[in-house]
Structures are given as structure tokens and as C-alpha cells.
Design a protein around this ligand. Structure first.
Ligand SMILES: [Zn+2]
Length: 310
């Protein structure tokens, strides 16, 4: 049986790219809180790009946002999925009963099988026991099928776009007493609305229904329901998705169809009139991409209604 989770078989490659534009202040920090009572400036995270330090959104942050949203959506339709948090993945929590080895953690069992060169059974036990989120986004020892690039403020040619930064003053409160600390003011840096960050999501072997789930997340992000970065409760981090592009290539097939990659769960989707074929890639941009994602969302609805099969 051919599993789409396999890393040695290339069934499909899908690329979604475009711009994330913040319509409220955006703050991606280094994750450290200011020491209480200290006057510190909290700078936004920066990276060296062509000799300049520029604000950016790490791919790992975007992947984290997508995984937590996907998990919430999967749970809302009754799928049994893990949190994906450290020590709480299926590799940590699921148990395998082996006639010779006794009860083993899924992660240990997969590891053991791989070390003995039995990748067939390693993959089989992961396929049968790990949840959809671990298969798609990864689990300790398994990389997953989605790769998020860092999002830089650049155009499609890689030229830096202008970006405006602002600061706000915060007040450090003693969490124990609730009192304002002495010397408690600090400034927080953020990206002013209107910045454009170029993002790129590469998917390998993702079935149509999983692409549909990604489509749901992109759609609700674009409707302002998902925020990224810090200070979300103060209205920071609302984004829109612009100039979306879609590219897909299925192995051994050059037409407008996206074939089913999982019997009994996935469904075929025809992208006729929505894609052009360019060098064996199905290519679309703009509104057509949103229409493609709508079609894929149907495949997600069909598959998720069969939830018990996971
Ligand atoms: Zn899991």
C-alpha cells in the first residue's frame, strides 16, 4: 500500500505563496518577556537580509499558527488529534503492543523498527496510530509534509519593501501583587499596518482533503479570525492574504485533475477552467486560487465526515 506519509515516494508537490499584509500592528518578538521592573525596549525579531537587519515572520511561527488552527478545526468535526505540544504528541502518548517487545511508546517503537532497518513496519505503525496532525505537521522523529519558509518583507524579485516601525509604552505590573512596579515603563516595538511579508508554503504528498483544511485556515485568516504574533488581545496581528498563487504537480499525470491520494477518504478534484498547465505544473493565481481552495474544502468536508477512519 502506498502511504502519502512516505518521504521516499513523490506523489505530489503543491506550493502556495503570496503576501501576508498586517492590517493592525504586528509584533513578532524573540519570545522573552521583559524582566519585571526593568526598563527595556522590546525590539521586534529581525534577520540579516542582504546586509540589512529587517523584521520578518519565522516559518516556524507560521507553522505553529497553522497547526493550532488545524487542530482546533479537526477537533470541531470530532477527529481525535493530539495537541502537538512537547511530550504530548502521538509519538509520546500512543502505545503499541508488540508480541515480543511488550508495550512501547509509538515514538520508541518507530525508532526501534527504523534502527533495525524495518522502515516498512515503522511507517505502518506510524500510519495506523498517529493522528492526522502528526502526519501532516510532523511529530518527534518525523518531519511532516508542510514546509513554511520565513516570510520577509520582499517582493517577488527579492527586493526589500519599505516597512514602518512604531513603539508603544507598556507598564510592567507585579504579577503577584498587581501593583505597578517602580521604573516600570518599557517600550514595545511593532510593525505598523500595511507591511507586506512574502510567504511560501510547500506541501509534499498532501491529499486533496488536507489541502482543503489548509484552505480553510487561509480563508479564515483572510477574514480576520486568526491573529499572529504578540499582543493579540490588544488587537495586534490581524492579517490579510494577498496575491495568492497556487502550483501543483501530480506524479505521472498532466491534466487539470487532482487525483485522490487516499482510497475511501480522499476525493478527486477537477480544476478545469481554474488552472493553466505550465511545464507539467497546474498553475493559478488571484481569485482562481480561492476558488480552487473552495473545491478542496469540499474534499475536506467529505473526508472529515468520515472521521472514525483516522
Ligand atoms: Zn498526533
Amino acid at each position: 500500500m502506498m502511504y502519502w506519509i512516505s518521504s521516499s515516494i513523490l506523489l505530489r508537490e503543491t506550493i502556495l505563496e503570496g503576501y501576508l499584509t498586517n492590517i493592525s500592528p504586528l509584533r513578532i518578538g524573540s519570545g522573552r518577556e521583559p524582566p519585571l521592573g526593568a526598563t527595556v525596549d522590546l525590539a521586534v525579531l529581525r534577520i540579516l537580509y542582504e546586509g540589512k537587519l529587517v523584521p520578518y515572520i519565522p516559518g516556524s511561527s507560521l507553522k505553529g499558527v497553522f497547526r493550532s488552527q488545524a487542530t482546533a478545526i479537526a477537533k470541531s468535526v470530532g477527529l481525535d488529534v493530539c495537541t502537538g505540544l512537547s511530550k504530548e504528541t502521538c509519538m509520546d502518548l500512543k502505545k503499541i503492543r508488540d508480541p515480543d517487545l511488550g508495550e512501547q511508546k509509538l515514538g520508541d517503537y518507530v525508532d526501534l523498527k527504523l534502527r533495525h532497518g524495518d522502515s516498512k513496519n515503522a511507517m505502518k505503525s506510524f500510519w495506523e496510530n498517529a493522528c492526522l496532525m502528526c502526519k501532516v505537521f510532523g511529530s518527534p522523529g518525523y518531519a511532516g509534509k508542510l514546509y513554511f519558509s520565513d516570510a520577509y518583507p520582499i517582493d517577488k524579485d527579492g527586493t526589500l519593501l519599505s516597512i514602518r516601525l512604531g513603539t508603544r509604552t507598556g507598564i510592567a505590573i507585579d504579577r503577584r501583587t498587581g501593583a505597578v512596579m517602580e521604573r516600570a515603563l518599557y517600550t514595545v516595538e511593532y510593525v505598523e499596518p500595511g507591511a507586506r511579508f512574502r510567504f511560501n508554503i510547500r506541501c509534499k504528498n498532501l491529499p486533496n482533503y488536507v489541502l482543503g483544511l489548509i484552505g480553510v485556515i487561509l480563508r479564515v485568516s483572510n477574514q480576520g479570525q486568526i491573529r499572529i504574533g504578540g499582543f493579540k488581545t490588544r488587537g495586534f496581528g490581524e492579517v490579510r492574504i494577498e496575491d495568492l498563487k497556487f502550483r501543483n504537480k501530480d506524479a505521472h499525470q498532466i491534466d487539470t485533475r487532482l487525483r485522490s491520494l487516499e482510497d475511501g477518504v480522499d476525493s478527486e478534484v477537477d480544476l478545469q477552467d481554474l488552472v493553466k498547465i505550465e511545464e507539467a505544473w497546474q498553475v493559478a493565481e488571484g481569485d482562481d486560487v480561492w476558488k480552487i481552495l473552495e473545491k478542496l474544502e469540499e474534499a475536506w468536508k467529505v473526508a472529515s465526515s468520515k472521521g472514525s477512519s483516522y
